[in-house]
Design a protein around this ligand. Structure first.
Ligand code: SF4
Length: 585
């Protein structure tokens, strides 16, 4: 038995304000950590058929055996039942969350039940406090909440403050959880699950050290990883321009969703490109703990005060490709200040930027097609590029003053069910897509990925590699490629390493790194474990009612030309079918 695994699991019951710690060594030995362990804890602790916004849902945070040891093993996995899709919810974030959880002595934290009044949890190693958060409830900005808790809460060592904004309190199903500054558990509504439990924040702090079994091997593996991460040109691009460099690449390829995917190229791409932002707006870069890459780009938004000439309010605004896509080209906004203001707005309310942008894009088209009246929008007339109206609509989505905004607060799937326009309602498996109109593999990936995210299997990469090549992609190539990638990503998510380091954390180096914590997996065993974890995720999905045959393919993705011309519905359907067969065997 390895003594070097983070096998203590903290169980917190918000209903009873009680907690206990259990050693779950067997889970870490079998499923590594992170997503592997969190899936098992979700299966054990989430009540079957639970209302995602009820006390029967749970929140699981998990880190991995390499956390605190190796560079870029910087992430925490959160798992829960998603209020957005009604099924498996998973989201990853860095900041200091992972190192704080491990330094506090835990491999995972399970939060169940619901508090009667607002609380925040303060976890200082072995002591857990249920602090009254009534004074923080209703604060408009997630950033302000973080600052106030930071000043009031004692504790030293590695510390994280994960908290929700007003969107989470108001149960917007795509509300996020903000950690530190500029990092988020973005997708699938973890913020709303926090809100439903009247849990404003979780603070974790600790000073425990992380032992290794073989110091010599540890040094060798560390040096290999660090050298590759600091010398690799693949990682250099994340430092220089960040993922924002994708704007021009995808625009050139004609795979950049624009104006609710009415087209796949944007005439304002130069303006909102990573190159333009880096040249004219970049203020600084920051990094998650234990990361030498620093991919987090912060732009300087400078706004003059109305009655004070030469006085400016300066705000640092994080940007990356997905934010520029969802709140830029998807809404036809080419004004950089406009996009930055929209990003800042979703940041403050605590909303997932991708879902917010796609929801606003659907609403714009629904208004244009007169599916929604001016009375329902409360007098607002969204038009492509008009970011000032979008700013007002974001506030209304959070406040939900009428039925229309209540529906927008539940995502495009629910809004289109009520008002029509399903043919241009962009959601796959209930989740709004990231910005890749690259071809059939990208969409097949959105449909089949366990959390319906581009991060599950990166199908867009399969499309991009195949552009202009013969023979053309087949459903079999796509299904095989997706499942192989998704299975391997389960290993990376169990460690839990940043996906940007996936080229460095090869099966060979992962097997070696695990030896330093006395965990022995061959490369083949790692692949098998990845596939087993993926199937376990699907066990949860099927248990909660997911069926492949219920997936809906909106007409819009078929009619707008992609780099692979018009995508055939059959190739997506066949890819899903082949993937489903592999998952079920
Ligand atoms: S590359 Fe970026 S997201 Fe990944 S660990 Fe480093 S700073 Fe965090």
């Amino acid at each position: 038995m390895s003594q070097f695994l983070p096998s203590s699991v903290l169980y917190v019951d918000l209903s009873k304000h009680l907690y206990r710690v259990r050693n779950r060594q067997e889970l870490f030995e079998k499923y590594i950590g992170g997503t592997g362990v969190a899936t098992q804890l979700l299966l054990e602790e989430c009540e079957k058929g639970a209302d995602p916004l009820g006390p029967g849902n749970v929140i699981v945070f998990a880190v991995g055996p390499l956390t605190n040891l190796y560079p870029m093993a910087s992430k925490t996995v959160a798992m829960f039942k998603s209020p957005h899709t009604g099924n498996l919810g998973e989201s990853h974030a860095g900041g200091r969350s992972a190192i704080a959880i491990r330094s506090a002595g835990y491999g995972a934290i399970v939060i169940k039940g619901a508090s009667e009044s607002p609380v925040y949890l303060a976890i200082h190693e072995d002591r857990v406090f249920f602090r009254d958060a009534t004074a923080y409830w209703g604060m408009n900005s997630a950033q302000t909440v973080g600052r106030v808790i930071r000043e009031n809460e004692p504790g030293s060592g590695n510390r994280t403050i994960m908290r929700i904004g007003k969107a989470g309190e108001n149960l917007v199903t795509y509300a996020n959880l903000v950690t530190e500054t500029y990092r988020h558990f973005g997708r699938l509504g973890l913020g709303a699950v926090f809100g439903s439990k009247r849990l404003k924040a979780v603070l974790v702090s600790g000073r425990k050290t992380t032992p290794v079994a073989d110091r010599k091997l540890f040094k060798e593996v560390y040096e290999t990883l660090y050298t590759q991460q600091t010398k690799s040109s693949a990682l250099q691009k994340y430092h220089d321009l960040g993922t924002a460099s994708n704007i021009l690449v995808l625009n050139e390829l004609k795979g950049l969703p624009t104006r609710n995917l009415g087209q796949a190229w944007f005439e304002g791409a130069e303006e909102i490109s990573g190159e333009n932002l880096a040249e004219k707006y970049l203020g600084r870069r920051v990094a998650c703990a234990h990361c030498p890459v620093a991919c987090i780009h912060l732009a300087t938004l400078r706004e003059p005060y109305e009655d004070e000439p030469y006085f400016y309010k300066t705000t640092m605004v994080p940007y990356d490709y997905e934010l520029l896509y969802a709140l830029g080209c998807m809404l036809g906004v080419s004004s950089v200040n406009g996009v930055l203001k929209l990003i800042d707005e979703v940041e403050n309310w605590g909303l997932d930027a991708i879902s917010t942008g796609v929801v606003l894009a659907w609403a714009t088209e629904a208004v244009q097609k007169e599916l929604v009246t001016k009375e329902e929008t409360l007098g607002l007339e969204p038009k492509w590029g008009d970011y000032k109206t979008y700013l007002k609509m974001i506030e209304l989505i959070v406040e939900q003053p009428n039925q229309f905004y209540k529906h927008l607060a539940r995502g495009v799937e629910k809004a289109a069910e009520k008002y029509g326009g399903v043919e241009f309602a962009l959601a796959m498996g209930g989740n709004e897509p990231a910005g890749y109109h690259t071809g059939p593999a990208g969409y097949a990936g959105f449909y089949t990925g366990a959390r319906h995210s581009h991060l599950d299997s990166a199908g867009y990469g399969i499309d991009q590699k195949a552009v202009g090549k013969t023979p053309e992609l087949t459903a079999q190539n796509i299904a095989d490629g997706l499942i192989k990638e998704e299975a391997w990503r389960q290993v990376l998510s169990s460690l839990v390493v940043c996906f940007f380091a996936r080229g460095v954390y090869t099966p060979e180096i992962v097997a070696k790194a695990l030896k330093t914590v006395d965990l022995n997996f061959t490369e083949n065993q790692l692949m098998e474990t990845g596939l087993r974890i993926l199937k376990e995720k699907y066990r949860f999905k099927f248990r909660e009612g997911f069926e492949f045959k219920n997936l809906r393919i909106p007409q819009r993705i078929l009619e707008t030309e992609s780099p692979h011309k018009n995508i055939r519905k059959e190739i997506i359907e066949q890819s899903i079918e082949l993937y489903a067969q592999k998952i079920k065997t």
